[in-house]
Design a protein around this ligand. Sequence first.
Ligand code: GDP
Length: 456
Amino acid sequence: MALATPAGESAIHVIRLSGREAAGIVAACFTPLNPERWAESDGFTLHLGRFHDGAAEVDQVLIGKMPSPASFTGEDVYEINCHGGMLTAQRVVTACLRAGAAAAEPGEFTLRAFLNGKLDLVQAEAINDLIRARTEMSAALALAQLSGGLSAALREIRQEILDILANIEAGIDFPEEETDPLARTELLHRLTIIKGHALDLLAGSRTGRVIREGLSTVIAGKPNVGKSSLLNALLREERAIVTDIPGTTRDEIHEYVTVGDILLHLIDTAGLRESEDPVEKLGIERTWKALNLADVVLLLLDVRDAQRGELSAEERMVLTEYAGKVIVLLNKTDLLPDGEYRPPLALQTEGLSLIPFSVKTQRGMDELALDLKERVLAGKAAVSAEPRLANVRQINALENSLRSLEKAEEAMQASAPLDLISIDIRAALEEMSQITGDAAEEDLLTCIFSRFCVGK
Ligand code: GDP
């Protein structure tokens, strides 16, 4: 049992109960206005009535009844909609506890849904991502994962690995039987195909990760060019929805802002806040590290200096070293004497993003948003068009699985014994199983024995 809405005053609060005992607990506390309808309902109905704690009436509530197995958790679920005062919600919670409910752990409803086979780990994690999504794109990505497209793609790869393993194990375990394991060349061919599928899935994962976690971004430029003004302008717009992301350390300063529909994870903003200068500190290891790690460098130049061709050595260095990921913001266009922007000759490099900009007037913000979006989507039109990995745990597991498949492929090419090859394939399978949370061993046995007539 848990309060499913945020603590505080609101129009209503929702308290959720799940489990075998839920029906009894609700029966002890709830007097429906229409007892026949309550008793006869097969579920997925709403019922008005009085909620009480012992003899004391607590509130008038509306209860949603969602019986097993079609509920979210797969168990009997009741959702109590009470009035939105915190006191009332607390009293409903207390009444439930007194009637025998246990307070739920964080994520316990989803955990139960997973344990009861209502969703896999990828979908469970997608629920969390959807709740935490801060851009429309990351919400769309999470929703696509929740609907199971990604899970299906992963399962397909896993099933193919399982199939190969079953063939190999059959050759090992029952050599005397006429099990007809596929010839080695055929197995090798199939391994190569699976690898291709895994690589395809990984190909979109950088985009997925960026959408979920933000494009890591460094704001660079010489003193007084407008770096902290830009940071503040971005923060001012988005402060309301910026929250801490778990896993980031306290001693580094991380800021999250959205530009258009792109989440930016600003790194090494500590210097900016103290109005230090990242470009002048280029010799300092930390700044290099930040620039190296960044997906994008926003290099602010004073448009007047740039038009005069006056670029410092540090600015030139950033432009050449990080050409592919630099977006040049030619700042302070509002101060141009004739008000006219001309692309500076010194920056006529092919493919370099040049945006006439002004933190003061907000000129260039839309172009910046567009440029960032193109970088994230790399020319793709929609986020949810194909299954996409976004979660580092899942990406790592798929990469490990791929590595094991490569080892198996090499072993196969070197005509290694089957039992050695099967070790790598089994490792690949286990990594795949970790992604969706499937148990490998039992499935494997079923797969093997359903193929070969062991009982005879
Ligand atoms: P930083 O040292 O790079 O962090 O630069 P600041 O953000 O502290 O800005 C230095 C000065 O430039 C401040 O007085 C800002 O108000 C001003 N400034 C920043 N951006 C613009 C702009 O687009 N137009 C104008 N006119 N002034 C700006």
